[in-house]
Design a binder for this molecule. Structure first.
Ligand SMILES: [Zn+2]
Length: 499
């Protein structure tokens, strides 16, 4: 949901997985998407914010255009409120390092241990609310009572295996249905300064608008999620911790305590990349009840910005069938996609996926648009589809008819990888990057099993890290769209990261 400036950085990652033996693709029906916008289009259109700010408009002019009937003003004490942001998780254990001294406390605040500067500790969940804290230099201790608190004495930041660092306190918990999880506890304004939602080079008025929207969003989460293990994670706002962004930090300071309210309550300040010319009613994107301030609004400000229009992007029938199936939608042989159900803003509200076996109705953005987002292009609900006879899609590799293991070197060159939300294949990088080029190279050595991947290789100019569960067939489908049979030859993936 960001507009990133791209410069070249090359990172190499060894990632081994089983090779793919393809099924050959035959001439078949294609579906070509053209459209506009990027993201859900509810609330602020960030491309519009950028344009308006460049025209000299301020947040008092920009925000009410997108949020209907709201009030913008200072509410004392917001900046001093604490927020609990999930920053790291692992199945059972992870390492963390403070750059100074800090204390290990239990849930009732009792000091269990003090650690010296530079100690790396491994926090392991032992079950039953008990954790083992093992220090390289300070021995081992056990913390009971369901949580561990790491509280700084002279430490100014805690660093995790993915290379990201966070100031403030760290709390370790095991939320329901999650692994052992690190939660960063700090003031809302300190948290805001660690967000990487937009580049620091944005115009001042744009950064101030963003700061107010993010503050409102974060503050509201501290109210609505008060009984949860944490208030927010990176699905809410994109938080990378210690970040050098002086312009944005100044925008946070200059808008201290300013939030957006509706009838006295902080709003859910939704925003997305580009609306394509018209924002959306929230109920037309995700269903549920209408929200008075999240109404479809015309937007002329994003017209000159990337993503206003995109495409054409062409998908073969079998590729779409495979993608739909990976999301649990199996209609048999695909016959057509009906996108005539549109919202007042012109976006696809719901799509009917029509097949020989059945017809399934899905949401235009949160399902169909998002499912295709990883294949570069479709990541909105403003689109049109034409069947067959279409031009090849720019930015995507043609579907290979056959993959030869003998000629596999450098095969699949330069597929653009979205960094967020690809089938659970997620790249966290520092500094954040917009996209990566991936291609396959040579046979490889050592691999772990499928599943949770962690740090692969650091690089003096950054690092890249794969987190979360990687589903084998999803990865195959990404690299070799349309191919559905796989055979076990090990390969190395080289990831070139552009940012
Ligand atoms: Zn717009």
């Amino acid at each position: 949901m960001k507009v990133h400036r791209i410069s070249l950085l090359v990172l190499i990652i060894s990632l081994v997985f089983f090779w793919v033996t393809p099924m050959s693709a035959s001439a078949e029906t294609t579906y070509t998407f053209t459209g506009g916008g990027k993201g859900h289009a509810v609330g602020l259109c960030m491309s519009g914010v950028l344009y308006a700010a460049n025209q000299g408009l301020n947040y008092n002019q920009i925000l009410p255009h997108y949020y209907t009937g709201v009030t913008i003003g200072a509410r004392g004490g917001v900046d001093a409120s604490l927020i609990r942001a999930k920053v790291y998780s692992a199945a059972w254990a992870f390492g963390v390092k403070g750059n100074g001294t800090y204390q290990v406390k239990n849930s009732s605040g009792t000091v269990i241990k003090s650690l010296l500067s530079g100690s790396t500790i491994t926090v392991t969940y032992k079950g039953g609310g008990t954790y083992e804290i093992k220090s390289q230099t300070q021995g081992t201790c056990t913390v009971t009572g369901g949580m561990v608190n790491l509280e700084p004495l002279t430490t100014t930041k805690f660093t995790f295996p993915n290379g990201l660092s966070y100031q403030g306190k760290i709390r370790v918990v095991v939320p329901t249905n999650e692994g052992v999880t690190a939660v960063n506890i700090l003031s809302i304004d300190s948290y805001l300064k660690g967000l990487a939602e937009e580049p620091d080079s944005w115009p001042t008025q744009g950064l101030q608008t963003l700061a107010i929207a993010s503050r409102t969003y974060a503050y509201r989460r501290t109210i609505t999620n008060a009984s949860s293990s944490y208030d927010i994670d990176n699905n809410g706002l994109y938080y990378i911790g210690v970040r050098t962004a002086p312009n944005y930090a100044k925008a946070v300071n200059d808008t201290r305590d300013v939030i957006i309210t509706y009838q006295g309550s902080p709003i859910t300040a939704a925003y997305s990349g580009s609306c394509g010319g018209h924002t959306e009613n929230i109920e037309d994107v995700w269903g549920g009840s209408p929200v008075a301030y999240l109404k479809a609004r015309p937007c002329n400000w994003c017209k000159t910005i990337k993503w206003y229009r995109w495409g054409p992007l062409t998908y073969s029938k079998s590729r779409l069938e495979a993608i739909f199936k990976s999301h649990g939608v199996d209609v048999g042989s695909l016959i057509d996609i009906d996108i005539s159900n549109r919202s007042a803003g012109g976006h696809v509200r719901k799509a009917r996926i029509i097949g020989t076996a059945k017809t399934v109705t899905v949401w235009g953005y949160s399902q169909l648009g998002s499912w295709l987002a990883f294949y570069p292009g479709v990541n909105s609900s403003l689109y049109w589809i034409s069947k067959s006879g279409s031009t090849p899609s720019p930015g995507t590799s043609p579907t290979p008819s056959k993959i030869s293991t003998a000629s596999s070197k450098l095969y699949a060159a330069r597929r653009v990888v979205k960094i967020k939300q690809p089938f659970g294949l997620t790249f966290n990088t520092n500094p954040p990057i917009a996209r990566a080029h991936i291609f396959v190279r040579r046979r490889v050595i050592g691999i772990k099993k499928w599943g949770r991947y962690r740090k692969y290789r650091t690089h003096p100019r950054g690092f890249i890290n794969l987190v979360g569960r990687i589903d084998k067939s999803s990865v195959y489908e990404f690299y070799y769209p349309g191919n559905r049979t796989y055979k076990g030859v090990r390969k190395r993936l080289v990831v070139r990261v552009k940012r």
